[in-house]
Design a protein around this ligand. Sequence first.
Ligand code: HSE
Length: 405
Amino acid sequence: MINIAVLGYGTVGSGVVEVIRTNHETINKRAGEEIKIKYVLDLRDFPGDPVEEVLVHDFEQIVNDPEVDIVVEVMGGTGAAYNFAKRALEAGKSVCTSNKALVAKYGPELMEIAKEKEINFLFEASCGGGIPIIRAVNSSLTADVIDEVTGILNGTTNYMLDKMNTEGADFNTVLKEAQEKGYAEADPTADVEGQDACRKIAILSSLAYGRFLDFEKVYTEGITKITPEDMEYAREMGRNIKLLGTSKRVGEDSFYALVAPFLVGKNNPLHSVNGVFNSIFVHGNMLGDAMFYGSGAGKLPTASAVVADVVEASRHLHDTIPVNWSNKEMTLMDPDSVEGRFFVRVKDTSLDEVDKAFGKVDAVIEPDALPEEFGFITGLMTQGEYKERVKALGDNVLGMIRVKD
Ligand code: HSE
C-alpha cells in the first residue's frame, strides 16, 4: 500500500480526492499498489464531508509519519507550500504538485533534494492543466533539439477572451464567471496580468532547452489592456486575440521568451483553441511540429494530472526519474532585438503619416463600427525598431498588439 497526504482541500485538493475515489481500481492497477489517502491537511473544517475522517490541521503529523510515501502539494503560493514541500522531500517523501509558482521559483532546489534522496519532485499539473505536456517534453521528445515552445497556457484568460469576443461579454463579469468555474488563481491578477502564463513558459522552456529560465526575467504583458475595440478589429481581420507564452532558441546558447496578447491568424492552429482549453505547440529539429491540446484549468483536469504524478511516483518510489533541467541559467535576448509584426490602432492621422513612419504597411483595417480611427499591420521589424518608428505618430497611437501568423 502507498500512503499519500494531500496538502490543501481547495479546488484542486478536493479534485484529487475525487479522482482517487472515483477511479481507485484503475489507478491502483496502474500504480501497482493500492493508493490510500492517509491525510488531508487544511486549516479549515469540513463538517459532513467524508474527508473529515482523514482531515488534519498540523503538517508535523504528516512529515513525521514514516508511513507517508507521497505528499501532494495543492495549496498554492510559495510560503507554506515551499516549506512543506521541502520538508517532505528532506523526510524522504516524494512530492507531486500543481503549483507553478513553487516550481518556477524553487524547482531546481526541490529537484536537487529529490535527487539526493532518490525520490521524485513531480509537477505535471503545473502547466496546461490536464494536458500531459511536462512528461511529453521531458520523457518523450528526447530525440530532438527543441527550438520553440509556444502556447495558450492560461485557461482563465483564454475563456475570458473567447467570451469577450463571441458574446461581447464585459471583462469583470467574465472574470467572475471564470472564478466561479474554478479556473482562476486565488488572486486572479496572476491570470489576467500574465504572471501565471509566465511561470508556465519558464517551466516548459527550462525543460525543453535544459537551461533554467528565471521567470522574473521574462517580459510579460497580460490582457487587462485589451478593449472591445481591439476585439472589433480582430473580428474584421478574421484573427483571434490570444494570450501566448512563447520561447525560442535563436542560437547555440541564445534564447528569447515573452508573454503577451497576440492577434493570431486563421491558419495558425492556436487560432481556434477556445474556452478554457490550452494548447502548446512544440517545434523540434527532427520532429518538426507537434501540438498538445486539452483542458487547461479546472478541478478535475488539474487533479487528473496530479494523480497521474502520484501513479508515476508510486512506480518510482526509490529512484529519481531523470529531469532535463540544469541549474545553468538561460541567456535571454533583449526583447527589443526580437523580430515581429505589430498591429497598431491610430486616430487623427493619415495613411501618409503612417507610411512615412513605417514604410508601406501590410494591411489597413477600417471597421465600420469605429469611424474615428483605423488600424494597420507593420512589416517585419525588431521591437526596438518598432518603438523608434512609432514615436513619429505620438499621441495618435491608441494601442498595439503583436501579430502571430
Ligand atoms: N489559473 C490557471 C489557469 C489554473 O487559468 O490556467 C491552471 O493552472
